[in-house]
Write a protein that binds this ligand. Sequence first.
Ligand code: UD1
Ligand code: UDP
Length: 390
Amino acid sequence: MAATMNSGTAGSGPRSGGAARIVCVAGARPNYMKIKPVMDALERRGAEVVLVHTGQHYDESMNGVFFRDLGIRPPDRFLGVGSGTHAEQTGRVMAAFEPLLAETAPDAVVVVGDINSTVACALVTAKAGPLLAHVEAGLRSRDWTMPEEVNRVVTDRVSDYLLAPSPDAAANLRAEGYREDQIHVVGNVMIDSLLANLDRARRGGALEQLGLTPGEYGLVTLHRPANVDDPEVLTGLLKALGEVASRCPLVLPVHPRAADRLADLGVPGGLRLVPPAGYLDFIALQDSARIVLTDSGGVQEETTALGVPCVTLRDNTERPVTVEQGTNVLAGRDPERIVATAHAVLDDPPAPRRPELWDGRAGERIAEVLLDRDAATGRPRPTDLPVPAT
Ligand code: UD1
Ligand code: UDP
């Protein structure tokens, strides 16, 4: 992907006609489909967008294909941070983002999701001065062993604009003491991209390429450290998937984090490993699946929007609306419970329902909030959270 990056100095010159200059940050697979609708909506309203790619994900299959599939222009700035420990990766993004921010002097920075690049750019922005907007604010798994939970809470804490995908996320923010003027329920940007690309995905031929028949296979993704880093846990999950596969054959596009371990452990018959799928292909695979088994955050949302039954291989979810109003069922990580849940879902699939404001217009609502001229004088700064009683 580096070859297609624009290493010029977009965003460093004078603003055109007093337009707001907004830095939009993306860094890894689940960021691209979230940032694209926000960028488009901001640009439609005349803002100058500077797209910054941190380089957290860099493989063609985790990165380049998404720019092509989603029609995202090459990033204006590329930080090239790559992989590393949490501290290395977060620190490298911070060190590279700080001078960029000083040079581009934007009015606001938009970060999406909950990855290390999100929290790194949020921390730098909070100390540098521009307004900070967090897209996907308020999601909480209440599981502090998840690195993403730390990233979510810290990012929200230093954000000026808290852009929540659903009322439950806004309720979490209120319960934590954030002010009403910071919280905006805008809907789900990931669903903006899904709806915009669904027809194209359906015409793309992904099923034919894998020899799959619509409604006759299940789709699996696994990449959470809690599921794939510990061989014992992963062995249990594979055993469960093998049992489900004896009823419904499964295809698993392998995340690079899990690739070596899956190769070492070997997979049961009926479970087919394939390379990570591109965005359009993966949407098509979800859309025609009889069942999806996943530990992904975004896939829980997309299956809900598509009305496809989803079994989540985690004990908790930061996206409870997908369970309460969608097709998602939490199965945990116990192999027997996973098999029983998958059978129950195959026997009696949950009814499809789509949460409110997951309508393809979240990006527009975000642009409206960020570029609202009336709000220019009374812009929200981070809240002083209530001091806990002693
Ligand atoms: C990251 C996010 C996670 C998100 C996931 C989406 C954090 C803490 N985690 O997890 O929230 O759900 O992305 O997919 O930010 N690798 C490659 N090629 C790549 C990228 C990664 O081979 O293009 C391999 C490297 O060995 C790397 C490992 O995957 O060490 C993990 O990558 P990293 O970005 O640190 O975390 P993810 O597990 O991808
Ligand atoms: N996705 C994809 N190919 C795959 C797996 C996932 O295009 O092989 C897409 C999926 O449709 C969703 C996003 O990647 O849009 C979710 O990213 P991921 O599961 O990596 O991260 P999470 O959402 O868990 O943070």
